[in-house]
Design a protein around this ligand. Sequence first.
Ligand code: ACO
Length: 326
Amino acid sequence: NLGIAITGSGSAVPAAFLDNQALTELVETSDDWITTRTGIRQRRLAKPDESLTDLAVAASHQAIAMAKINPQDLDLILLATSTPDDLFGTACRIQAALGATRAVAFDLTAACSGFVFGLVTAAQYIRTGVYQNVLLIGADILSRWVDWKDRSTCVLFGDGAGAIVMQANETDGLLGFELRSDGTQNNCLNLAYQGSNLDLTQGVSVGKGSFTPISMNGKEVYRFAVQKVPEVIDKALFRADLSVDDIDWLLLHQANQRILDAVANRMNIPPEKVLSNLANYGNTSAASIPLALNEAVRQGKIKPSDIIAASGFGAGLTWGAAIFRW
Ligand code: ACO
């Protein structure tokens, strides 16, 4: 079996930003409430003519350049997203825009766990020798699906994209992983189709259904994350035959600073090992892990051979951890 090396990373966010002060004009909230409860200070928001494909392609170009390969070398493009430009799939649009003519391309949805689930999925294709060069993208534009009148959710999210290139390699950089799902708690966090009253005796109704904006039980999600994320990281570390002390960087889905702090605290991981950029971007869902990864790599924080414990958690419910070497 072959191993995996992560050889490139990239990220892109919209230019336009909305800070907490500006949000107070939309809903009854305050900079103080948002900052103390979440750690978020501003978020980037896509303009109407900015697409998920645009952000994903910009992030991908950076990752491909760092990996020193050509788009034509790619065998597989995996797009982790819950907010595609096209519900039939957006990975093919990215494939076309990149000119990655050889690549198989498809979308994968696991909400805020999408990037970790995608990383593990990509790794299976590489380990079995099926594909050698994979582009994995995590991208979301949640601002289009949030109710901007609902202060309990609209203050949390932002838009962005991150990408990595994963390549077949003699030594394996994916040291351990663990993925979990619990559909019995699906109603904690939803972005769901609200069915039309389809009555076949009356003929098929077209376009009558609608999506309800994101709905969330914040307290339940908080409790779930703080309990389940340490468990799943521990399990992935066990599979990697590593201990918490071996981790150079804790790279959690950037949902909320209090969740980051609580998980690090429970695991006895010192704050200086915890990567956090959510103050600037909010919760960018599937993009948050590769966005924080790419920033830390380009800032020179993450160095070659560093061991990273990444964990995503969110709707589904889904959660998972991957321990990998940069
Ligand atoms: N501004 C001001 N007040 C607010 C706001 C706001 N933006 N939102 C809610 N409030 C009010 C509530 O109405 C409530 O008022 P009340 O006491 O008069 O009823 C009060 O603040 C407390 O609300 P809670 O929901 O109890 O606040 P809590 O301390 O639980 O914090 C938060 C809410 C920040 C959402 C927290 O529950 C949390 O972090 N949960 C995790 C959510 C999360 O990270 N989700 C995303 C992860 S999954 C994914 O990424 C898709």
